[in-house]
Design a protein around this ligand. Structure first.
Ligand code: C2E
Ligand code: MG
Ligand code: MG
Ligand code: MG
Length: 288
């Protein structure tokens, strides 16, 4: 019985693998055309000052509205884009779009763009980003680049050069998903970060409790000493917002405030916030 069972499982596994591979191949070829066909768009999620309730930044998050497959999440196609090198073209497009949108917002607001390691390694990467913001008419200090710890494992010399060059023009850097990878305080010491984003697994999920709270407190304490902003990601409830605020995080991001929304709704969030003097929680209800 065990043998038969085993063989069936193997077959099943095989089919699943083939299906995955086919889907990946499809995504790869379609992704190249998707930009031209206008299937991709950039959504924006507010990052809020936990003291004042004012919006400080919008994070640009890419969305793909596929004619047959429906809405694809970046977790599904960014890895494919990275493996195939399409991320270079895609990333350039995302940065340009995000910068154009941000140039329309009030000048105290910044935009955060996620960068893949491959984008940093591309020749002329720093110059490309500076050109994109110049073309959009966005001041360099209004652009923030979010990178993850995976960047430092290889090629840290190149990364440092890239970051120093852009920093010298005023572009800011945020360390994304902090606490999930090879979190090392060495990175914070060596690289010019203005902001640390504590991963949402410390805010919600199965391992929440005194330990995660103490970790957030320690990171927040370090942030305040080093004059860095500490962002809590994944805030979904008012209790979570209160907890991370008390723990010393300066900024918060999550569905409690708003999901990522298209640019016209981001503009509405901004004008509503300017009227009320603070962001309306669950602003995403604008989106219905
Ligand atoms: P990330 O940079 O850490 O972005 C935050 C992710 O958490 C987003 O997912 C966002 O929608 C989600 N999120 C925000 N608030 C909440 C919340 O309260 N609860 C929950 N459960 N989730 C929340 P998204 O948009 O699916 O993006 C996933 C990841 O894909 C991003 O993680 C980022 O690593 C990558 N990504 C997204 N857009 C881009 C892009 O333009 N370029 C690159 N290179 N990567 C991108
Ligand atoms: Mg991010
Ligand atoms: Mg993150
Ligand atoms: Mg992430």
């Amino acid at each position: 019985h065990a043998k038969v069972h085993g063989r069936n499982q193997l077959q099943f596994f095989d089919q699943a693998m083939t299906r995955d591979l086919v889907r990946k191949k499809e995504i790869e070829s379609e992704l190249r055309a998707a930009i031209q066909k206008d299937e991709l768009s950039i959504f924006f999620q507010p990052i809020v000052d936990l003291k004042t309730g004012r919006i400080r930044t919008f994070e640009a998050l890419v969305r793909w509205f596929h004619p047959e497959k429906g809405e694809l999440r970046p977790d599904e196609f960014i890895p494919v884009a990275e493996e195939t090198g399409v991320i270079i073209t895609l990333g350039n497009w995302i940065t340009a779009q995000a910068a154009k949108a941000a140039a329309q917002w009030p000048k105290d607001l910044t935009v955060a763009v996620n960068l893949s390691p491959l984008q940093i390694r591309a020749p002329g990467a720093a110059l490309g980003i500076l050109n994109a913001i110049r073309d959009a008419g966005l001041e360099p200090w209004r652009l923030e680049l979010e990178v993850t710890e995976s960047l430092f494992i290889e090629d840290s010399e190149n990364t440092e050069r890239f970051m120093e060059e852009l920093s010298s023009h005023g572009v800011r850097f945020a360390l994304d998903d902090f606490g999930t990878g090879y979190s090392s305080l060495g990175y914070i010491n060596q690289f010019p970060f203005k902001k640390i984003k504590v991963d949402r697994s410390f805010v919600s999920g199965p391992n929440i409790g005194r330990k995660s709270d103490a970790i957030i407190r320690a990171v927040a304490e370090m942030g305040s000493t080093l004059e860095m902003d500490i962002v809590a990601e994944g805030l979904e409830t008012v209790e979570q917002v209160e907890a991370v605020r008390k723990a010393g995080c300066t900024l918060g991001q999550g569905y409690y405030f708003s999901r990522a929304v298209p640019d016209f709704l981001a503009a509405m969030l901004i004008s509503q916030e300017r009227e009320d003097g603070a962001v309306t929680p669950n602003g995403s209800r604008l989106a219905g």
